[in-house]
Design a protein around this ligand. Structure first.
Ligand code: NAD
Ligand code: UDP
Length: 343
């Protein structure tokens, strides 16, 4: 086992913080760069509480290439995991330039500084959204880029292409592009979890806030899809499984650029997820059916074989676990990180 010195961009965020925990627990040394634009420093304290090791945090925007250069100059990184970026699909439609600039410039700044300091290993947060309208299940050889419905998804597609071109130009680079399906859940300690600002866009945090009484009812977007119960089907993945997928990807990097699906291969409908949440937590989730949400695909899930073969990784946790852990996080941190001390 080779222990690495790893830079995690966006490591104070939802998936980043869970990954930092798994990295530390696997013996790696972690430094975080995060501008805290969508996260809290408290998450980094909590990582310290869980693991006994509080990683260093540098709070600045990754687009600041000279500050990033200083961080690389004073640390000898073996690898980078790059989570930092803006991720709200709806906001990206309203503010496309902000999304293209932040997500792409951050990545270019990172690649430039990595090249300067001869850091060749990179794991990147991509998304199943790159598959757009490809037939399901999505495998890594499915076509990408067709039918992406928003600028956020386009940034993932474009960054993937930038990374493939960069990898083609320098055969010593070792890049892994991880295409996440639907990350949900929280660390079983209840200390870290997803802390959306404002009204949650995603299903699970919305359901959790309905369960806690913070929101009155869930609107289910569409019940007339061509699926068994009429609601959309997604491949939900527990964030701890996803975090472990990053450790596996890091430890199995090879020269070249490789794409991996991180998903379970199982589809779950909105109604099934809501039903499981209710039965596992004992909380009632009032809901009503609403119009379809523009841009939603009826159904998608992963073919997860490649990650299993190359990375010896697969999901272990169930939808029950995802609901139980989400509820533990939500009920012990009703206001997320922000004013938890007052709640
Ligand atoms: P998140 O917002 O919780 O984490 C992203 C972190 O990056 C935040 O802490 C934010 O403060 C930081 N950040 C944003 N822009 C930055 C910048 N310019 N410089 C420095 N820090 C910056 O989101 P997440 O859910 O943890 O997602 C992590 C990554 O995974 C993102 O790239 C996201 O697009 C990708 N992803 C997420 C999902 C999902 O459903 N959550 C699905 C697929 C892919
Ligand atoms: N969804 C819903 N109500 C909500 C949020 C989401 O019915 O308040 C549905 C949404 O239409 C989709 C599924 O839940 O079918 C998952 O949506 P989410 O935004 O979590 O993930 P994504 O759209 O990125 O797959």
């Amino acid at each position: 086992m080779i222990y690495m010195n790893i830079l995690v961009t966006g490591g104070a965020g939802y998936i980043g913080s869970h990954t930092v925990v798994e990295l530390i627990e696997s013996g790696h040394n972690v430094t975080i760069v995060d501008d805290l634009s969508n996260s809290s420093e408290i998450a980094v304290d909590r990582i310290g509480q869980i693991t006994g090791v509080k990683p260093s945090l540098f709070a600045f925007d990754l687009q600041d290439t000279s500050r990033l250069d200083e961080v690389f100059a004073s640390n000898s990184f073996d690898a980078v995991i790059h989570f930092a970026g803006l991720k709200a699909v709806g906001e990206s439609v309203v503010k496309p330039l902000l999304y293209y600039k932040t997500n792409i410039d951050s990545t270019l700044s990172l690649l430039e500084v990595m090249a300067k300091h001869n850091v060749r290993k990179l794991v990147f947060s991509s998304s199943a959204t790159v598959y757009g309208s490809a037939p399901i299940p999505y495998s890594e050889s499915s076509p990408i880029g067709q039918g992406i419905t928003n600028p956020y998804g386009q940034t993932k597609y474009m960054i993937e292409q930038i990374l493939r071109d960069t990898g083609t130009a320098d055969s010593q680079l070792e890049f892994s592009l991880l295409r996440y399906f639907n990350p949900v859940g929280a660390h079983p300690s209840g200390l870290i979890g997803e802390d959306p600002r404002g009204v949650p866009n995603n299903l699970m945090p919305f359901v959790a806030q309905v369960a806690s009484g913070k929101r009155k009812e869930l609107s289910i977007f569409g019940n007339d899809y061509n699926t068994p119960d009429g609601t959309c089907i997604r491949d939900y993945i527990h964030v701890v499984d996803l975090a472990k997928g990053h450790v596996a990807a890091l430890q199995n990097l090879n020269p070249g650029v490789n794409e991996y699906n991180l998903g379970s291969g199982r589809g779950t409908s909105v109604l099934e997820l809501v039903g499981t949440f209710s039965s596992v937590t004992g909380q009632e989730i009032p809901y009503s059916f609403a119009e379809r949400r523009p841009g939603d695909l009826p159904e998608f899930y992963a073919d997860p074989k490649k990650a299993k073969i190359d990375l010896s990784w697969k999901t272990e946790l169930s939808i029950d676990d995802m609901c139980r852990d989400t509820w533990r996080w939500q009920s012990s941190n009703p206001n997320g990180y922000v004013d938890n001390s007052m709640s």
